[in-house]
Design a protein around this ligand. Structure first.
Ligand code: NDP
Ligand code: OAA
Length: 274
C-alpha cells in the first residue's frame, strides 16, 4: 500500500476490527466501486495480524487518532469511548466520519458543529435498524411521536451499565423483563452497546429526548428484536426487525452490511433509497 491515491479512489480507514470492522475491511478488500481500504486502528495489533495478512492489499496500522490523516472516510466501529479520538481528527480535516457507536455522539455533539465549520461530514448508517429513510422523510413534515421496543436475549445485554448499577439479575430470567422505559438519550447512557439504534432513530426523527424506548431482557428470543411505531402528519408506520446476533452477541449481523451499503453509495452511479 502506498500513500499515493490510485486515480481518484476514496481512501477509507477503519477504527476497530471487531464483529463490524472485520466485515467492512473484507468487503473493501474484495472491492467497492471507487473506494480503497487505506488504514486501520486496533487496540492490539498482534491479535489482528493474521486477518490483515489475509487481505489482498494490507492496510497501514495506525494509532486511532491518525486515521483522519490517512483517509477521506473514517469508519468508526470501536467502543463509543473512542468515538471522539476517531471522529475529531477526521472532521477537523474536512473529511467524512461514518459513526456506528452513535449513542456516543450525544455527549460529543460539538463534533457536528466542528464538521460543519470545517466542511467535514458525519454519516450515521441505518445500522441494525430499519426505515430511517421513512423517518427522515416524515421529519420533513411533522412527526408527532416515535416509540420503540427493543428485546434482546440475555447474552446481548450482559454488562450494560443500567443492569450493573441497578443490580438486576438477568442470568436466571425465565420470562421477559422490562428493564427500562424512557428517552433514547437516557437509554444510551444505560445501554451504550445495545441501543445505538434508538439514537440513530432519534437523530433521523424527533431527537433523543422525545424518542421513547422500552428495553426488555427476553430469554424467549434468540434475535435482537426492534419494533418501532411512528405517528406523523404524512403517515403512520410500524416497522420491525429481528437481527441475528453476530459473533458479538450485542451486535446484529446486519449492522456491518448496512455500513457496506452506505460505503457503496459513496461512488455508485445508481443510488436507491434516501
Ligand atoms: N449503530 C448500530 O446500529 C449498531 C452499533 N453498534 C456499535 O458498534 C460498535 C462496534 O461494535 P462491534 O464491532 O460489535 O464491537 P466489537 O467489540 O466486536 O469490536 C470493537 C473493536 O474495537 C477495538 N477497540 C477497542 N478499543 C480500542 C482502541 N482504544 N483503539 C482501537 N481499537 C479499539 C477492539 O479491538 P480488539 O479487537 O483489539 O479488542 C475491537 O476490534 C460498538 O460501539 C457497538 O455498540 C453495534 C450494533 C449496532
Ligand atoms: O444489533 C442490534 O440489534 C442493535 C445494537 O446492538 C445497537 O443498537 O447497539
Amino acid at each position: 500500500m502506498t500513500d499515493q491515491k490510485a486515480s481518484n479512489e476514496l481512501r477509507v480507514a477503519i477504527a476497530g476490527l471487531g464483529s463490524i470492522g472485520t466485515k467492512i475491511a473484507t468487503a473493501l478488500d474484495q472491492g467497492i466501486e471507487g473506494l480503497a481500504l487505506s488504514a486501520v486502528a486496533v487496540r492490539d495489533p498482534a491479535k489482528h495480524q493474521a486477518f490483515l495478512n489475509g487481505l489482498h492489499r494490507t492496510p497501514k496500522v495506525l494509532p486511532i487518532d491518525q486515521l483522519g490523516e490517512a483517509a477521506d472516510i473514517v469508519v468508526e466501529c470501536a467502543p463509543s469511548s473512542q468515538l471522539r479520538a476517531i471522529v475529531e481528527p477526521a472532521v477537523r480535516r474536512g473529511r467524512s466520519a461514518v459513526v456506528v457507536s452513535v449513542g456516543g455522539l450525544l455527549d460529543n455533539f460539538d463534533l457536528v458543529d466542528l464538521a460543519r465549520a470545517k466542511g467535514g461530514r458525519i454519516l450515521v448508517p441505518t445500522g441494525a435498524l430499519i426505515g430511517l429513510d421513512a423517518v427522515n422523510a416524515a421529519a420533513v413534515g411533522t412527526i408527532h411521536s416515535v416509540k420503540m421496543v427493543t428485546r434482546k436475549p440475555i447474552d446481548g445485554l450482559k454488562g450494560a451499565p443500567f443492569i450493573v448499577e441497578n443490580n438486576i439479575d438477568i442470568d436466571n430470567l425465565r420470562e421477559p423483563l422490562k428493564l427500562f422505559e424512557g428517552s433514547a438519550r437516557e437509554a444510551a447512557k444505560g445501554f451504550p452497546a445495545n441501543v445505538n439504534v434508538a439514537v440513530a432513530l432519534s437523530l433521523a426523527g424527533i431527537g433523543p429526548d422525545r424518542t421513547q424506548i422500552h428495553v426488555w431482557a427476553d430469554p424467549t428470543v434468540t434475535r435482537n428484536v426492534h419494533r418501532i411505531e411512528v405517528e406523523a402528519d404524512s403517515a403512520r408506520f410500524s416497522m420491525g426487525i429481528e437481527n441475528i446476533p453476530s459473533e458479538n452477541p450485542k451486535t446484529g449481523l446486519i449492522t456491518a452490511l448496512s455500513v457496506i451499503a452506505l460505503l457503496r453509495k459513496q461512488r455508485a452511479t445508481l443510488c436507491v433509497g434516501t
